[in-house]
Design a protein around this ligand. Structure first.
Ligand SMILES: [Zn+2]
Length: 252
C-alpha cells in the first residue's frame, strides 16, 4: 500500500492541480497553461467537451441533409432487407427506452440524461427509421469526406448530436430550433450504443451508396466519342499500294 499523502486525498488533488498548471496545453502551439487535472487549457477543454475534439467544430445539421437523403432513398429501395428491418426495430426499442421525468442534474449521470433525451424523442413521436437514416448518413459522410472530422471521437460526438437533435423542438413564434445542450458523457454513451448495434449495418449501407455514387453515369449522346473514331486511316491517294495490300491479303 502506498504511503498516505500528508494532506490527505484533497491535498493530493490540490497538489496535482498545482503541478498540472505549470504544464502547457496538449494542443500543439497553444502554449496556455492547463486547467484542473486535464490535458488542455480552458479554451481547448471547453471545445473538447462541446465537440468531441479540442480543435473540433460542431457541424451544421444542414450539412448532413444530402447524405441523409441518399441513405433514405437507399433504405426505401431495400426496406425488406433483414438488417434494415432489424436496425429500425432496434431504433424503435431505443426510443421506447426513453422517459421524460424530471430533467436530471449533475454531470455523471449519462444514462439518466440519455433516457431523458430519448424520452423527448418518444414524446415527439420520432420515426425510428430516421435514427437509422441519420446514423448511416454519418457513416456515409465520413466515408465520402474523412477530413470533415478531426478524429474518430469527434465523429462519434457529431453522430450523437445529429441523432439527439431529432428530439429538438421548434420555438412556437420564431420557428427557430430549440436545441437542448447535451453533455459530453451522454454523447459518449449514445454514440457507443449506436456504433455497437448499428455500425456493421451502416458501414455496408454507406459503401453501397458510395458505389452508386461512383458508378459513372451513361454519357449523354453529345458527350460520346463520334462513331467511326476507331476506323483505320487508309491512304486513298495511293491506289496501287491499296491494291497491293488487297492482293497480299488474298495470297495470305
Ligand atoms: Zn490550449
Amino acid at each position: 500500500m502506498p504511503p498516505l499523502h500528508p494532506g490527505g486525498p484533497r491535498g493530493l488533488a490540490h497538489e496535482r492541480i498545482a503541478a498540472n498548471q505549470d504544464r502547457t496545453c496538449d494542443v500543439p502551439a497553444c502554449g496556455l497553461r492547463r486547467q484542473g487535472i486535464g490535458r488542455y487549457c480552458h479554451r481547448h477543454d471547453d471545445a473538447a467537451n462541446r465537440t468531441g475534439h479540442p480543435l473540433g467544430k460542431n457541424l451544421r445539421p444542414s450539412l448532413l441533409v444530402p447524405y441523409a437523403d441518399r441513405v433514405r432513398a437507399f433504405m426505401e429501395r431495400h426496406q425488406d432487407h433483414p438488417g434494415i428491418r432489424a436496425g429500425i426495430a432496434w431504433c424503435a426499442d431505443l426510443i421506447e427506452s426513453g422517459s421524460m421525468g424530471r430533467r436530471p442534474r449533475g454531470k455523471r449521470m449519462a444514462a439518466l440524461y440519455l433516457r431523458w433525451h430519448l424520452g423527448r424523442m418518444k414524446a415527439h413521436r420520432i420515426d425510428p427509421g430516421e435514427v437509422l437514416v441519420r446514423t448511416a448518413a454519418m457513416f456515409l459522410w465520413r466515408e465520402f469526406s474523412p477530413r470533415s472530422f478531426a478524429d474518430d471521437r469527434h465523429w462519434q460526438h457529431q453522430l450523437a448530436r445529429m441523432v439527439l437533435r431529432l428530439g429538438s423542438t421548434r420555438r412556437g413564434d420564431t420557428g427557430a430550433m430549440q436545441a437542448p445542450r447535451y453533455n459530453v458523457s451522454t454523447r459518449d454513451l449514445l454514440a457507443t450504443r449506436l456504433v455497437g448495434a448499428l455500425g456493421p449495418l451502416c458501414i455496408r449501407i454507406a459503401r453501397e451508396v458510395m458505389r452508386d455514387l461512383e458508378r459513372k453515369p451513361e454519357p449523354a449522346p453529345l458527350d460520346k466519342p463520334v462513331e467511326g473514331s476507331g476506323a483505320p486511316f487508309a491512304d486513298h491517294h495511293d491506289d496501287t499500294s491499296a491494291t497491293t495490300r488487297k492482293g497480299t491479303n488474298k495470297n495470305g
